[in-house]
Design a protein around this ligand. Sequence first.
Ligand code: NAP
Length: 372
Amino acid sequence: MKTLAVLGSTGSIGTQTLDIVRKYPDKLKVKLLAASKLSPLLKKQIEEFKPKYVYTAKKDSLEYEGITYFYGDEGLKEISDLEIDLFINGIAGIAGIKPTYYLLEKNKNLVTANKEAIICLGEILKDKYRFIFPIDSEHSAVYQCLLTGRKEDVSRIILTASGGPFRNKPIEEFESITVEEALKHPKWKMGKKVTIDSATLMNKGLEVIEAHYLFNISYENIDVVIHPDSLVHGLVEFKDGTVTANISYPDMRIPISYAISYPERWEIGANHICLWEIGKLEFFKPDYNKFPLLKIAKEVGKKGSFYPIVLTVADELAVNEFLEGHIKFTDIPVLVERVLEKSNFKDPHSLEDVISIIEETKHIFKNITMET
Ligand SMILES: NC(=O)c1ccc[n+]([C@@H]2O[C@H](COP(=O)([O-])OP(=O)(O)OC[C@H]3O[C@@H](n4cnc5c(N)ncnc54)[C@H](OP(=O)(O)O)[C@@H]3O)[C@@H](O)[C@H]2O)c1
């Protein structure tokens, strides 16, 4: 029996994780559920999974007997002391940074989808990244492909991108893209922030930086290819020219369950691939003109230091502004670039440094949006 902590249990990653627990009640037990607030969904999950511990970011009055309740920043430190086999981090965005930090600091087994934390803590915690099992589908794919050879024989890793809903849209029409259109991802059903990032291709840019830190591979050896079918999730090329690919229908339960069951693989009700029904696989070069954030992210990654943190925060704020209808789709990369231009900080060495860069970036972002 493996015990699990599900952070972000009410979100897309969290609910899919709980689906796997429902299938394997004899193998998995949820000990902790965590979300931002005590929503009706979290209450339902507490009643169904009867965890020993519950965490919410905002303090609430929790009225369940036999449950220890944690909240706020202090609560995050406390939950990272709990004896739980696997901590699954499905918290969205920069809110996932502190739990990631505390859990890695305590050498806990961390299964994470939260790329923002991996990126923002990359400069200060990369030595601890061996404790991380990725569930971002592309990184899970690369992780699995890497198992087919020796690390020293790897020449390149390739991340695939669906291209999002606007792959074939003429650039002249980008200005009028609505929130509703941007939230319609052709292949994946995900939370709002990551869905908008997929539409701008920033998600792939963030994933390149995530891959750099997770697999300790230089940016020159990380490629992105557009693959609208979303069947090949990631590839690893070895020195002799052999390429190993990870293929499955797009279903986040596959990388989530693999991270939980590793080294076993469990039947989870996913559709199995039928190659003659698929017929062919298509791949294209990314269009950096239409999707400048992918290029910006790669450049920022190469610069390292505080830049990836600024990029992550500026993007999250710009996406929120877009979702709230305050800016246009095409303003997202413009704002991100302007914030990057105005940022200049010392190299981060600690969590406090990272938090201070985040706060300063928020300040710069606010000033820029007030000016415009
Ligand atoms: N969804 C996918 O298929 C997918 C695929 C690859 C990678 N990812 C990555 O996985 C992460 C989660 O994405 P998602 O799509 O699952 O997001 P989501 O559906 O928006 O869910 C976010 C979860 O985070 C919780 N949360 C937000 N702030 C929190 C805080 N301060 N403390 C504790 N919990 C907090 C939310 O709780 P409330 O409900 O209470 O607000 C919710 O449970 C992101 O980093 C994303 O890039 C997602």
